[in-house]
Structures are given as structure tokens and as C-alpha cells.
Design a protein around this ligand. Sequence first.
Ligand code: HXC
Length: 258
Amino acid sequence: MSAKKEILVETDGPVGVITLNRPEALNALNHALMEQLIAAVEDFEAAPPIRAIVIAGSERAFAAGADIKEMDQATPAQMKADPHLSRWDRLGKCSKPTIAAVSGFALGGGCELAMACDMIVASESAVFGQPEILIGVIPGAGGTQRLTRAIGKSRAMELVLTGRRFTAREAHAWGLVNRVVPVEAFLTEAKKLAQEIAAKPPIAVSAAKDAINKALDVDLDTGLSLERQLFYSLFDTQDQKEGMKAFIEKREPRFVGK
Ligand code: HXC
């Protein structure tokens, strides 16, 4: 097995940062990279001091898609038997907030990886797209589902059927991207947003994330009921008592994550 590090992992206080590290292939998402990425996400999820996760690429490329050279000769049975694709779902299920820091190409699986995160901070140079149709397939890691939910059916249909790329500004106008910042600031801004969220009470953050994600999947009554249950459950946390007491005492709260 290759010992090459396809990702770099570091922490900045309560923020875990994962940087994709295959510059020679524009961070194309091969099996090794995805395995290391998911393992790092799982490690950060299990580490109590980590409260938010940033996934970044380089200035030139967030990721140029799944590694075409790993799948060009595959059969349907081989693709289906490959545990690799189902591992992709793990990122979307992470209980801690995730932020994609995107600059340059975010194409195919790269766009899908960014969309599997909770938020996207993009540089002015970011280029998104689902170009799979141009190589004879369709998005396979959430592109048809997440893009449609994020920007609506008509736009998603046009982009997936033509494979046309779209800019950070378009992505922002359509609600796919949280903010667009100068190239030199994309990582700093993503980390800043992560730090801001990391300072909030983590059990409430996780509950809010869960409830918002459910809003896309369930009918309104079910969603409202789920939200209410989560809201009630937070009254069992020390952070709720502290947050409300601090408000009444006119001081900053000291959240402990319990
Ligand atoms: C494997 C890739 C790659 C990819 C780039 N490279 N993208 N290798 N898989 N997805 C490699 C190139 O082969 C090349 O290697 C090196 O990275 C630099 O790329 P160039 O093409 O020379 O760079 P440039 O001319 O600047 O063009 C950049 C680009 C182009 C526009 C991003 O590389 C491109 O179109 N890439 C493919 C984009 C794509 O179709 N993505 C969707 C993949 S399918 P060498 O060795 O030649 O220097 C997908 C399905 C997901 O993602 C399904 C779920 C898993």
C-alpha cells in the first residue's frame, strides 16, 4: 500500500483542517485520498476538542473530480462492488459542522465533495461544475441530488446536462456558496467561519445542523416536530443553563460542551 499522504491534517485550536494534497493531479479524488479523507473526518468527529472541520484544496484546485484514471476501464459490477463510493456518504453524515474552502477547480466529484460539506467559502477564482456528461456518465456522489436541492431543478438540469462550468459569483447568486472572497483569503475566511462556529455550544450546533439537514428531506410537519424535540432536549445541557444565565447576568457565556 502506498504510504503517500494524499491529505494533510492539522488543527488550529478547536478547528480541524484537512488539505487535499495531490497537486500533480489537481487533487483528483482517488481511492487512497478518499480513504484518508474519510478517516480524518472520523478522527476529528471523535475528538471532543474539535468543534468544526475545514476541508480545503489548493489555490489552483479544490478537486478536479474523481480520478478518471482509476475508473476508465471499470464494469458496472466492479463499480458497484467498490466500497469506495458508499464511503462518500460518511462526510455528509458527520455530526460536526464542515466547511469547504474552495479555490480553482471544483469539478465532478470535487463539486460533490464541496456540496457534501455544510457550507462553502469560495475564492473569486473558484470554478464549479458537474462535467460527467462530457465523459459519458452522470454525477455519482450526490451531484444530481445536492445541486438540485441547492440551486433548483431548472438550473441543475441545465448544468448537469451540458456539463457547463459555473463561477463562484454564479454559485453565490444561486445560494450554493456562502461567500466569495479574494483568492489570497479563501482559506483564512473559511477558518474564521469555522472558529466562529467552534465557539458556540457544540451540542446545540450539532442539533441545529441535524434539523436544517432534515428540512431538505422531510415534510414540514415532520421537520417542525423534529426541531421541537431537539429544542426540548437542549434543556438537558449545561450549556443551555449557562447561556441563559449569562444573558440574564449580562456577561459572556462560558460553554463547556455538556
Ligand atoms: C485524473 C486528472 C483529473 C481527474 C485532472 N487530472 N483531472 N486525473 N482524474 N479527474 C490530471 C490530468 O490528467 C493531468 O495529469 C493533471 O491532472 C493536470 O491536468 P490538466 O488537464 O493538464 O490541467 P488543465 O489543462 O489546467 O485542465 C484542468 C481541468 C482538466 C479543466 C480541471 O484537468 C479536466 O477537465 N479534468 C477532468 C475534470 C472532470 O471531468 N471531472 C469529473 C470526473 S468524473 P498529467 O499526468 O497528464 O499531467 C467524476 C465522477 C464522480 O468526478 C463520481 C463519484 C465518485
